[in-house]
Design a binder for this molecule. Sequence first.
Ligand SMILES: [Zn+2]
Length: 499
Amino acid sequence: MENLLELIEPLKNNEIPTSNEIKIYKNSLHSYKKTHFIMIKYEGNKYILVVGKDTLFNDLNGELIRNDAKLCNLSHENRLVINDYFEFTKPQAFGRNKTTIGLGDRLGLATPGHVMAINKTDAKPIFAQQSIRELDLTYRTMEDVIDKAAYGAIQEGYDGGYGADGDHLKKEKDIEHELKLGISMLTLDCSDYISNDINLDDESDIESSYNQLNEETREYYENKYLGKTFKVKEVSLDFSKSDLMKVVAVYSKAIDYMVYIYKTYIKTLDRDIDFEISIDETKTITSPFDHFFVAEELYDQGIKVTSLAPRFCGEFQKGIDYIGDINQFEEDLKIHALIAEHFQYKLSIHSGSDKFSVFPLISEKTKGLFHLKTAGTNWLEAIRLISIYKPDLYKELHEYAFEYFTETQKYYHITPDINHIIPIKNLEKSEYKKYLEDDNARQVLHVSYGLLLTAKNEKNEYLFKKDIYEVLGEYEDEYYQLLNEHICHHLDLLNIISK
Ligand SMILES: [Zn+2]
């Protein structure tokens, strides 16, 4: 307690206190009128130490350590209080004209490392980004995800603004719930409404599903598209009857859903929101026809889209580089980017981590205006840290991840060649970090986050969670440095490092 009290006087003068025993996050000093606070790590936990007497002091909930000083938990309630006083700590929308990077953080520890990277670019960060699947697999809530992002920004004094993405939301109840929590971006996953069961190689199958639509609808589409040429910059699109039947059969229900969600939840909102359409988690590649058709229909119905994620040719698997024909990708990307530019939204690249070989193309074709989502590799950087500093723990995680791989594999489309991974017993501890350079091992570790964070023993205690958080707490600065390097590698190849 003594050493804690020593911090109060300098803080009262709006100065950064120093201490031999207590870690002080010097960028986190913030003031409102005569109240000042700073983030510290005291006895292993992070707190906000606040001194003063204004409303901010009274509103923050904490333990009084002197009549003018309080030690406050990094709680959800306190985050909301800070949001009221400091606008930059609230998730915000960035609109269509800002390049944005999604920086999903499964552990809730990564934001300060992400800030270091984001400080080198004009692109804006989406620090909070989590799908329902990711929340379920880690037993987390979206409140907690936003809390951690906000406190990360506060810790590093990052006042450039950040977003919160309700990623891949499908159901109305989730959309409603997360909008209430203050997400600033909604990624609407329309895959439940995209007709994936049609055999697209079978004309008669396409025709019969097309003919199931009522006559009025078919007439509307035919009058609008058949015999017309659509120009997108230098690209011309002519819809044949069979092209049209195909896109209508596959996408018309999804479009209805997008329109419905927009009109019900987005348009009625009293604040800005980035509305992203995701059609990437489908069986079929999004052709330029598909993309144009969806965009044109949304535009005509007055739907303002901030970004759209098509499914590109080739494969965007988790945690590894692009797989596929880069020339074909370049050709398609060029048209997708032109369509996005034409309708004035950003192209969104999902599973964007580590797609180093195509980053320069993405930067070039979109003229630097895009949204790119990364997430799981930030977890891999945590695993890398553990492999370096706590190899014994790494070994346990590694063995467990491999033991249950058939289970975790179900959630993601990945294709690692397990037989190509060196058995861990053949390696020295100092060599464990090599697994993070091996694409096959990376994929196994990538999809195991939920398993490893929630595995319990027979006494219902977490097997690894506590240890994982402990190492990451102990080597906090090293973790931030790894994240910084990892994300900067992305920013660099995307050509958006400006500072
Ligand atoms: Zn996606």
